[in-house]
Ligand binder design. Structure first.
Ligand code: HEC
Length: 142
């Protein structure tokens, strides 16, 4: 009979061991549960996007022109007036050019003249895209 005692103790230890394993399993469940709310909160992030709206009020056409301007023309046409490149909204710089008419301006933009490269140096831009970039640069001047 006394031989059973060690076995019994062993059995109790094993059972005790199993009992001890339960809490960590529960912790894992809690971690899983804690993860879910963060996943649900994720879709809320894009709601922050409208904050990126431009401070200046632009029509969709001018906004598109601004994007082209910033990508392809700004490096020269920014307010530094590099090589006398007229900057957006600069009345004094644009008025004498506009006096020649938009057609002449667009011809110069497409073909290039003086230090202004043809198509602003970006051959991938269509005439329409160039026009919208120019429209953006002269808006408020005309
Ligand atoms: C490498 C520099 C450079 C880049 C890039 C550039 N420009 Fe120019 N641009 C100039 C310079 C310099 C002038 C002024 C030339 C002069 O009057 O002697 C000019 C003049 C112009 C004019 C005035 C035309 C006229 O008839 O007086 C327009 C319009 C214009 N650029 C449009 C654009 C557009 C649109 C882009 C982008 C797609 C662009 N430029 C990119 C340098 C640049």
């Amino acid at each position: 009979m006394k031989r059973f005692l060690p076995l019994l103790t062993l059995g109790l230890i094993v059972l005790g061991g199993c009992g001890l394993e339960k809490p960590p399993a529960k912790i894992a469940e809690e971690i899983e549960a804690a993860k879910n709310p963060t996943e649900e909160a994720a879709p809320a992030a894009p709601a922050a996007e409208p904050a990126a709206a431009p401070a200046e009020e632009l029509t969709p056409e001018l906004a598109a022109g601004k994007e082209i301007y910033e990508a392809s023309c700004k490096m020269c046409h920014d307010t530094g007036n590099m090589m006398k490149a007229p900057s957006p909204g600069d009345k004094a710089a644009w008025e004498p050019r506009l006096a020649n008419g938009m057609e002449a301006i667009m011809k110069n933009t497409v073909e290039g003249f003086s230090s202004m490269p043809a198509r602003g140096g970006n051959p991938e831009l269509t005439d329409e895209q160039l026009k919208s970039a120019v429209d953006y640069m002269v808006h408020g001047v005309q």
